[in-house]
Design a protein around this ligand. Structure first.
Ligand SMILES: [Ca+2]
Length: 224
């Protein structure tokens, strides 16, 4: 056991190294070691917080955690659907979001959507990562995944972003399988800073399907 104030080799620390270096505290809480050129204080700004990456995670233990249910093309003729909190299935904890679409009109699109406040005019790399629970097997009659980042809330098929299919890749009905989905985007925040993320499904076969979303991570990394 080394005595206090000793270097690793056991020698006492020279007194000059034990002396605390005096510091100067300037307005704004910036601390400079004495002797640092004060001119730097005039030109060096602290890093603004909005330059930091923004990451939000959602596990849906109690509710939808700010995500809204949205659907289009479910009225002609009317078809049943819901996007809501559930404790029936989960990959993290006890809760998740259930997306169910009785796609008898062969055109329904349902999704969860959340708004994020970013720095207006700032360009971001965006990563949307989530666990997707699906029972769709084989490679035909599958639904299509919706996942996108938007500067206006999308309210038509043309405004949505479609990804791959909803199949879990097994060649038989093995029940619910959780898949890890990750999609990358870039976006420039509009003048109000509001950016909208969507996660859902497009009914591309005339049947009833139920899916689950859990453990969502949304990351915005400023490009500058
Ligand atoms: Ca959960």
């Amino acid at each position: 056991m080394l005595p206090a104030n000793s270097l690793p080799d056991g020698n006492p620390m020279p007194s000059a190294q034990r002396t605390r270096i005096p510091v100067i505290v300037v307005a704004g809480g910036i601390t400079l070691a004495a002797g640092t050129a004060l001119a730097a204080c005039d030109t060096t700004e602290p890093t603004p917080p909005h330059d930091d990456p923004i990451e939000a995670t959602f596990t849906f233990e109690e509710d939808m955690e700010g995500w809204q249910a949205v659907a289009i093309d479910t009225l002609n003729p009317p078809i049943d659907w819901h996007v809501r909190h559930t404790t029936d299935e989960a990959v993290v904890g006890e809760g998740s979001v259930e997306l169910e679409l009785e796609n008898l009109n062969d055109q329904g699109k349902i999704w969860m959507e959340r708004t994020f406040e970013l720095e207006p005019g700032e360009e971001y790399d965006v990563m949307v990562d989530y666990a997707f629970g699906t029972s769709d097997w084989g490679d035909v009659n599958l639904f299509t995944i919706i996942a996108g980042v938007h500067t206006e809330p999308p309210r038509s098929a043309e405004e949505l972003t479609f990804q791959g299919d909803t199949g879990h890749g097994e060649d038989s009905d093995v029940g619910l399988v959780w898949l890890d989905k990750t999609y990358d985007f870039s976006v420039t925040a509009p003048t109000d800073g509001a950016v909208h993320v969507t996660i859902g499904v497009w009914g591309t076969w005339e049947t009833l399907r139920t899916y689950y979303v859990d453990d969502v991570s949304v990351q915005f990394v400023p490009r500058r």
